[in-house]
Write a protein that binds this ligand. Structure first.
Ligand SMILES: Nc1ncnc2c1ncn2[C@@H]1O[C@H](COP(=O)(O)OP(=O)(O)OP(=O)(O)O)[C@@H](O)[C@H]1O
Ligand SMILES: [Mg+2]
Length: 503
């Protein structure tokens, strides 16, 4: 058996109104991948922030390579060999890859920084990991997946032996996930210990050796992955069994509610036409970069349209900006919660009330505290947002609970059309089912629902009809009940140039 390199015992941590960690224990061995699992708000990120010196613990012991640490600073944790890749990536977007990797420990020359040396060193580590990125590239110009690789390279450049990855795959494509897993295997071989936090349970089998499960700030169990069934893992996380992962309700298909005709907006939205009928959920499937998010943004008026018509209940509506869309009953719960979906500096109350001011105001245009409170209470209860109150900053919520607030904003309205772009990204298994139930509720009320999702089982389980996009075009339409993953994948990869080649 490999050496224990991290052991945490009786670790506790409270925030105002929340006991985030309650006597938690955790262990990591050299050369293993330990999955750290639990529902949104269970305390996973908090525990790992303590191990990496971002937060100080209230009590308990932390040992790294046998040495006990008290109140660690991030620098001390780094020196002890711990590196964390945060759930929300935080790099300096305007600096280069090499500058980011050496931030705070720049290599100095006689007069100025030794850029050549830093770039050389960064290049060496990147190529060791077989990552194709130039050390001179500006980080903000890289896709999220590549930024993540840079974070890993940075961790290795400081000689980290304990690598914590907090939901590393939530924004990666299938190919990028393969790359990441290859790197994780390589690191494991070299004797690194890796903590892997993820809500994508289906990917665990490819990399994980052991699992630690937490619930409500408490330690539940730690076992070999091979000895557990998926149902046992889920039951450990949510404290109950989940019978139906994709609850489905049958509704009669009614009249046409929403129609998009010949929509064009840039390279990734080309001649898009589709309709949504009463009583159905339409899913958009496709690979990352297929143009699904761009399509939703153009419909919503977040990006300009070149041409196209939109109809709600048979009437043409002109949508030039999101406000036009909202007025006409069309809303969008966007993909990138940090950029578009949530004001992290505002409270949960403000986030929920802002897009619904017309609903919470009195006739005189004054916010009615009572109406606002009701709206907030309903959102917190319906989505089980884990928070001590609605007046805390949305930024202090756990990642998944932030996502619930984004979804909650739009559920309060009497909309005609609700578009969800990756609504369950970073959301735990139990809460996913709650979101599906809410989406089904909208469907039952006769609201046209569109859901964009990169998770194939999700689109197939939730939608009635699936539209597949590739390269900015619609390449096919299938009924969820009758299709297969393979059929969708074929449509999702029918690139125009491939067709030309086969002619
Ligand atoms: N800086 C903070 N201030 C106040 N409360 C916080 C802070 N950080 C975390 N919390 C609270 O601590 C609890 C645990 O949060 P944590 O982020 O550790 O959850 P998590 O298991 O990582 O969840 P997720 O899967 O959603 O990321 C939550 O109730 C959260 O709201
Ligand atoms: Mg977290």
């Amino acid at each position: 058996m490999q050496d224990v390199i991290v052991s945490m015992e009786n670790v506790s941590k409270s925030f105002p109104g929340v006991k985030a960690l309650d006597n938690v224990q955790f262990e990591l061995r050299a050369g293993e991948v330990m999955a750290l699992l639990g529902e949104n708000g269970a305390g996973k990120s908090t525990l790992m922030k303590i191990l990496s010196g971002v937060y100080t613990r209230d009590g308990g012991t932390v040992r790294i390579f046998g040495q006990e640490y008290g109140d660690m600073t991030p620098k001390q944790a780094q020196a002890a060999g711990v590196a964390i890749i945060h759930q929300e990536l935080n790099m300096c977007r305007h600096l280069s890859v090499a500058e980011n990797m050496f931030l705070g420990r720049e290599i100095k020359g006689t007069f100025a920084l030794n850029n050549a040396k830093m770039e050389e060193e960064a290049g060496r580590i990147l190529s060791e990991l077989k990552i194709d990125i130039s050390p001179r590239q500006i980080v903000g110009d890289l896709p999220v997946s590549k930024q993540q690789m840079v974070e890993i390279a940075k961790a290795l450049s400081i000689n980290a032996k304990v690598l914590i990855m907090d939901e590393p795959t939530s924004a990666l494509t299938a190919k990028e996930i393969d790359d990441l897993f290859r790197i994780i295997h390589q690191l494991k071989e070299e004797g690194h210990g890796i903590v892997y936090i993820s809500h994508r349970l289906e990917e665990l089998q490819h990399i994980v050796d052991r699992v630690t499960i937490m619930r409500d700030g408490q330690y539940i169990t730690c076992r070999d992955f091979a000895d557990m069934t998926m149902d046992e893992i889920i039951a450990g996380m949510v404290g109950r069994e989940i019978k139906e992962k994709f609850p489905h309700v049958e509704c009669e298909k009614g009249k046409k509610i929403f129609e998009v005709k010949n929509l064009n907006a840039g390279k990734l939205v080309r001649d898009i036409s589709f309709s949504v009928y009463e009583g159905e959920i339409v899913g958009f499937a496709g690979l990352m970069g297929a143009g699904r998010t761009e399509t939703t943004r153009a419909i919503f008026g977040a990006d300009p349209k070149e041409s196209g018509e939109i109809f709600v209940d048979g009437k043409e509506v002109k949508i030039r900006c999101p406000m036009d869309a909202i007025k006409n009953g069309v809303v969008l719960a966007p993909e990138d919660r940090k950029k578009d979906g949530l004001c992290t500096k505002l409270s949960i109350r403000q986030n929920l009330a802002l897009p619904n001011l017309d609903l919470v105001c009195t006739g005189l245009g004054v916010v009615s505290r009572g109406k606002e409170q009701k709206l907030c209470d309903e959102a917190v209860e319906n989505l089980r947002i884990k928070t001590p109150g609605v007046d805390i900053d949305a930024g202090n919520l756990s990642g998944g609970n932030q996502q619930k607030v984004v979804v909650g904003k739009w559920l309060a309205r009497n909309s005609r059309v609700v578009i969800f772009d990756e609504p369950t990204r970073g959301i735990d298994v139990g809460a996913k089912v709650e979101i599906y139930n809410l989406i089904n509720e909208l469907k039952k009320q006769g609201i046209a629902v569109v859901i964009v999702s990169s998770e194939m089982p999700e689109v197939m389980g939730v939608a009635d009809r699936i539209i597949v996009m590739c390269d900015g075009r619609i390449t096919g339409e299938v009924m969820a009940k009758e299709t297969t993953q393979n059929e969708i994948l074929t449509l999702a990869t029918s690139f125009e140039n491939k067709k030309i080649a086969s002619h």
